[in-house]
Design a binder for this molecule. Sequence first.
Ligand code: FAD
Length: 401
Amino acid sequence: MQRAAVMAGFDAAKFRAEVRGFCRDQVSADIHEQIGKHQYFSREQRIRWQRLLQAQGWFVGHWPKAHGGQGWGQLQRFIFIEELERAGTPWLTHFGTSFLGPVLCAFGNDAQRARFLGPIRDSTEWWCQGFSEPGSGSDLASLKLRADRGETHYRVTGQKTWTTMAQWADWIFCLVRTQAGGRPQQGISFLLIDLRSPGVTVRPIETFDGGQHVNEVFFDDVEVPLANLVGQEGEGWAIAKFIVSRERLLVTEIGKAFHLLGELHSLAATMSAGTQSLSDTAAFRRRAADLEVQYRTLRATAYAAVIEAEAGREHAIDASLLKIRGSELQQAIHDAITDLLARSGLAFQTEGISADISGYRHGDLRLPGLLHEHLHSRAASIYGGSNEIQRGIIAKTELRV
Ligand SMILES: Cc1cc2nc3c(=O)[nH]c(=O)nc-3n(C[C@H](O)[C@H](O)[C@H](O)COP(=O)(O)OP(=O)(O)OC[C@H]3O[C@@H](n4cnc5c(N)ncnc54)[C@H](O)[C@@H]3O)c2cc1C
């Protein structure tokens, strides 16, 4: 890794230590407390954290220098994200910094870059991603959201769904259909839409962890200036592919797996199986060792893939493979944690249980947060392209079926 980093023009070990130290020293007390309890972060906390990263020059480190970034390559970006995940800090709202920013640098015009890049860098505008529609998720090219071109505006009508954090967003970038007929991938364009425009409705979808991560977004004859078209009409599919190709390897989330493994070990150490700590039982050791081996194998595979990608040799199936194994590992660690926690019975709201009843408090303060996360982790094998679709890609590429 160090050799690849030197070739990419940075010192990997030094950079990693810097990011790790930053996460240790700069996370505020309230965020630190919530990391410890596995609680969701508020919009304000996320923005505050992103601004700290930006002040350090890291929030858009992967953007070209000409647009306020540091020109990081894939390896440096991967190390950065891995360290944030290991520390459990708030998930970056990737829609602006990771998706739209690079799109505008590559496909946008000067006016669009001048208008939109600054507010992404400073986290003054929050973006969300409008790709999926009812019936158009895996089969994205079948999307129907219509944008009819007028003299000065498009008129947009239809629906997006599963839109992450749209309830907090100011703007949405959408794949829209500007032309019917031809191959489904043709006639798709990339449009920037102000969510405060008349005719836009954002409706929450409650997920089964009880959270509001995703939304439906409805467009009823919404006027969008022609100036908000990115690239050319019909170029939307190419832009979508550009987005997917840039951050494909990050979906592995190995830093998150590391963080969760740490929680598994620490919970087991504080829970007992009769007279001994759970972490000393053979059953736990076997399961934890298996997860540890899976984690280390995945991490080594991920870095090998990133180093290849940095050298311009990304293999077509790497991202699919890492997405499948990364999401499965995350779910397996959550399963193990949940099995451990089951020993605490239904002590779901630990604060609500009287310590007087049995002389000690059941459960761990992390318990409610971890159970919510366990439920939400089921979505990891769906979002970003489901695991079945990834298996299909591997089969087509490797087995030519
Ligand atoms: C938590 C969460 C957040 C999301 N955030 C966003 C967001 O911010 N923006 C956005 O645009 N989208 C978002 N999505 C949508 C996500 O990209 C889609 O859910 C995903 O692509 C699957 O599409 P679908 O839900 O329409 O399921 P479908 O495509 O209808 O699939 C249903 C089932 O059939 C299987 N299937 C479908 N086709 C095939 C095939 N050819 N071969 C084998 N199996 C197949 C799938 O694997 C799945 O199990 C999010 C989803 C989730 C769960």
